[in-house]
Write a protein that binds this ligand. Structure first.
Ligand SMILES: [Zn+2]
Length: 294
């Protein structure tokens, strides 16, 4: 087995620390993340603007710090800077584009900005009594002043499982890869799915594998995780490896969610793998046996 997954050192805590504290008002050099729908405003160099570059009356929300520099987010509509109103070389970009280009901590900050601003936009009113919600100081949460209901930013958790079995005739181990029936159908990906309420990560991994490809696996081993802002606000991906309980068992797909599932020797993986910035790829690379000179 290879060393730590390639993404391990490049994500989360290294440079970005999420936070909801408001130590003081934003200062001109603080980072400014302006959100319009599912897009963020970036400067000509692809980086985030500074607070000084945006209108002074912008209603900033604390997001945390990047390398010690406070970062603030705001909705573009509130700041009077809709996408159509820009005429300079700044650009609105989605998280997919940003995560492919930016270092891990900056992509995590971008994902948090999208999650927090989307949460605030979609949690304006109390779901129990319809009063207007207010921010809870120091928390990413909203509270109802009338019935005291408190709503935290909801975090959806999904698991990915890289399943292996021993190779044939002493060859390298084989990895199970799947192709989806919709979305990026050309990619060979990993079995994945959302965790249900009341379910452990390990149980979710075993259930998803049984549902999607009809295989039983041993106890999944946790490898790494990644905040993921592609499929909606507040998604956390948790990556596992596991071995097939029966090395002779073949996968069976339902034809609705998955179109194909196949074992590949770890030294002969297909070229159509998930992108380098994704935890799917980190798990695959974590297992892959590189041929000499490759
Ligand atoms: Zn209420």
């Amino acid at each position: 087995m290879a060393g730590p997954a390639p993404g391990f050192a490049g994500t989360s805590a290294a440079g970005f620390a999420p936070g909801a504290d408001r130590p003081g008002p934003p200062v001109p050099d603080d980072l400014a993340l302006l959100v319009a729908g599912r897009k963020l405003l970036t400067g000509p160099d692809g980086r985030f603007p500074r607070v000084a570059e945006l209108p002074a009356d912008t209603a900033w929300v604390p997001l945390g710090t990047l390398d010690g520099v406070p970062a603030w987010g705001a909705e573009a509509t509130e700041a009077g800077h809709g996408p159509a109103e820009r005429d300079d070389d700044r650009r609105w970009r989605g998280w997919r584009e940003l995560v492919a280009e930016l270092p891990g901590p900056q992509a995590d900050l971008a994902g948090r900005a999208l999650a927090v601003l989307t949460f605030r936009r979609t949690h304006r009113w109390c779901g129990a009594c319809r009063a207007e919600l207010v921010d809870v100081p120091g928390e990413t949460a909203r509270r109802c002043p009338d019935c005291k209901l408190t709503v935290f930013l909801p975090l959806s958790v999904a698991v990915l499982v890289a399943i292996t079995r021993p190779g044939r005739a002493g060859g390298p181990d084989e990895l199970l890869l799947v192709r989806h029936a919709y979305g990026p159908t050309e990619l060979w990906a990993l079995v994945a799915g959302f965790v249900e309420a009341g379910e452990s990560l390990e149980a979710a991994a075993q259930r998803e594998v049984a549902e999607e490809v009809g295989l039983a696996i041993g106890r999944p081993a946790y490898v790494d995780s990644q905040p993921w802002a592609m499929s909606g606000p507040g998604t956390l991906l948790a990556g596992f490896t596991a071995t097939a309980a029966d090395p002779a068992a073949e996968p069976v797909v339902d034809g609705r969610e998955l179109a194909q599932a196949r074992w590949f020797p770890l030294d002969a993986l297909p070229p159509e793998l998930p992108p380098a910035y994704s935890i799917s790829r980190w798990l695959i690379d974590h297992l892959a046996v590189r041929r000499p000179g490759r």
